[in-house]
Write a protein that binds this ligand. Structure first.
Ligand code: NAD
Length: 255
């Protein structure tokens, strides 16, 4: 029997594509849970996350940040693998994910597309080579009008990669949502701008701007399958791993 996969948020935009990709990858789609009480035709619906976790090897979870603490506790109790793609987590919710990874293998990434994972690795290397006093780092992202968190988890992940490359503390250089009389740009800051509109699946540009030149890295996702196939790949990789907190870089062997 292939890896038994359950999907939390199976009625969502990502959940429906994840269900298709699990089957396409040869895994066993056990079923899922959703607040709507619905899911794709033929998929079994479970009462709650604990019941789902007990029935499968890996839960792939693309829901909402408010679900994360409860899901983390259920996953830790069951010791089931957890591929977590939900974004917009608070520091407290991130701590719950880390705590769960002491008792279960957890793969957590703001973006499961292999292309974006590679982009983040490149961003870190470029940032290390381009001095912050000369090269201003700015991140622009655009997403569909239904997206509830901003800046996107991927944009934050790119910012964290830049800060890591430069040996900076991300929280103290992050500059999101400029408005009004902001004063001149702080040297070493990492700026963010979030656009929302239409049905854009996900676009991110990281720009390094000096007085003499601009260098831009851009990723455009045209289809949610870019994230879903990567998340299922992570689920297959996660089965049987020891408890721990893994990223998509681990899955792709980029570490
Ligand atoms: P969506 O709103 O279409 O789907 C979320 C689904 O989860 C909904 O059907 C909702 O009813 C359900 N849900 C919410 N809380 C639940 C709970 N406690 N129990 C059961 N079901 C619950 O959203 P979406 O576009 O599919 O995105 C979902 C999440 O995934 C967002 O946080 C988004 O930012 C993130 N995302 C991550 C990646 C990645 O690669 N990591 C890619 C795309 C989207």
């Amino acid at each position: 029997m292939g890896t038994r996969i359950g999907i939390a948020g199976i009625d969502g935009r990502m959940g429906r594509v994840l269900a298709e990709e699990a089957v396409a990858a040869g895994a066993t789609l056990v079923g899922g849970i959703d607040r709507t009480g619905k899911g794709p035709q033929g998929a079994a619906l479970f009462a709650d996350i604990a019941a789902l976790a007990a029935a499968c090897d890996v839960v792939v979870d693309f829901t909402h940040a408010s679900s994360v603490a409860g899901h983390a506790a259920a996953i830790a109790a069951a010791g089931t693998g957890w591929v977590l793609g939900t974004t917009g987590l608070s520091a407290e919710q991130e701590a719950a994910v880390t705590a769960a990874s002491a008792s279960a293998p957890v793969a957590y990434a703001p973006n499961f597309s292999p292309g974006v994972t590679l982009l983040m690795a490149l961003a870190e290397r470029m940032a290390a080579a381009l001095p912050p006093e000369q090269y201003d780092a700015e991140i622009v992202e655009m997403h569909h009008r239904q997206k509830v968190d901003a800046p996107s988890g991927t944009a934050i992940g790119l910012g964290q990669a830049v800060a890591r490359g430069r040996g900076q503390d991300f929280a103290s250089v992050r500059e999101a949502g400029r408005e009004g009389h902001t004063g001149a740009r702080r040297a070493g800051a990492i700026g963010f701008a979030a656009l929302r509109g239409g049905q854009v699946v996900g676009e991110h540009t990281l720009l390094f701007a000096s007085g003499d030149e601009h260098i831009a890295l851009t990723h455009r996702a045209f289809d949610r399958r870019a994230f879903a196939s990567g998340a299922i790949r992570a689920a297959l990789w996660l089965k049987g791993r020891p408890p721990g907190l893994y990223t998509m870089r681990d899955v792709l062997g980029l570490v």
